[in-house]
Design a protein around this ligand. Structure first.
Ligand code: SAM
Length: 275
């Protein structure tokens, strides 16, 4: 159970299938949805854009609507070998936390479906380093306080954790407090109440729900305004959502969320053994 999750062939095959048909029936955001948000970046034809966590290059056609200066990076060699079938300027094997690109190089960095699974503080520092001042960082991420009624979100969180998938759930208020210390301002944010709403591009308009942090996913556009100050920040992410922690607590598992996940999985899948 404690083995590190590997982004390799198994994950790649899963992701390629999920793009067409996700396991739980929700829609993975397609190119049109991604394009809707990339369009807000104001990309100029000669701007350099990094497709961070580019996988097999699924989103290349979106970025190509705006610029030809498209670079890619992903941790997995196999997907990078697929990605380079698109005319990226270059696509490299590299980690969001430490990239072999020069400082102040990019006008835009896009991490679509990636920020959840990286070391977020190191990723923000590294993104700040490679962005020019005034450059934008667009990413999608998961909220820590998704509604208790969102069963699909809970099952997705539980099943991912049982496979050791490295999700991180964000308290957006805390992240926003940390951003100035990391050299960013937040330009735009869009919230999606339930799992699947981003795929349908149905953002939340209810200010009360937004203010109570009650959403499953969000899209954020940050702007680099300066370099990180070096001051320490309050941790805004957690390996479990607050929603799952509360369920575990309520069911008598205290802080043993994993134990609760195992029991809940067994109850939902009788006869299937899970480590
Ligand atoms: C959910 S896929 C999203 C791919 C692509 N952005 C898209 O939407 O089609 C996540 C990708 O992030 C990559 N990844 C995981 N950890 C990473 C890291 N630390 N740095 C860069 N890429 C990473 C995975 O290999 C995988 O290809």
């Amino acid at each position: 159970m404690n083995e590190k999750f590997e982004f390799g062939v198994e994950y790649y095959e899963y992701f390629r299938k999920a793009v067409d048909k996700s396991l739980d029936g929700t829609v993975i955001p397609g190119l049109n949805v991604c394009n809707h948000y990339v369009n807000l970046l104001g990309v100029n034809p000669n701007d350099r854009l990094l497709d961070l966590g580019c996988s097999y290059g699924r989103l290349y056609p979106v970025f190509a609507n705006y610029t030809k200066q498209i670079f890619g990076a992903d941790v997995d060699l196999q997907v990078v070998n697929e990605a380079i079938k698109n005319p990226y300027v270059i696509a490299i094997v590299g980690q969001a936390e430490k990239l072999a690109f020069p400082s102040n190089f990019f006008n835009h960095v896009v991490a679509w479906g990636v920020f959840d699974i990286v070391d977020q503080i190191e990723c923000l520092k590294e993104t700040n380093r490679i962005l020019k001042t005034g450059g934008k960082f667009l990413f999608t991420a998961k909220g820590a306080h998704y509604p208790d009624s969102d069963c699909l979100a809970y099952v997705a969180e539980r099943n991912a954790k049982l496979k050791n998938f490295p999700n991180r759930f964000i308290d957006l208020e805390l992240l926003m407090q940390a951003l100035p210390l990391l050299g960013f301002t937040i330009e735009r944010k869009f919230h999606f109440s339930k799992r699947g709403d981003l795929g349908l591009n149905q953002p939340l308009n209810d200010l009360k729900e937004i203010q109570s942090n009650s959403f499953y996913e969000f899209v954020a556009i940050l702007k680099k305004v300066t370099e990180p100050s070096g001051a320490s920040v309050t941790q805004w992410w957690d390996e479990y959502s607050v929603t799952a922690r509360a369920k575990a607590e309520c069911e008598g598992f205290g802080t043993d969320v994993l134990g609760y996940f195992r029991k809940s999985f067994d109850a939902d899948n009788p006869g299937t053994s899970k480590k």
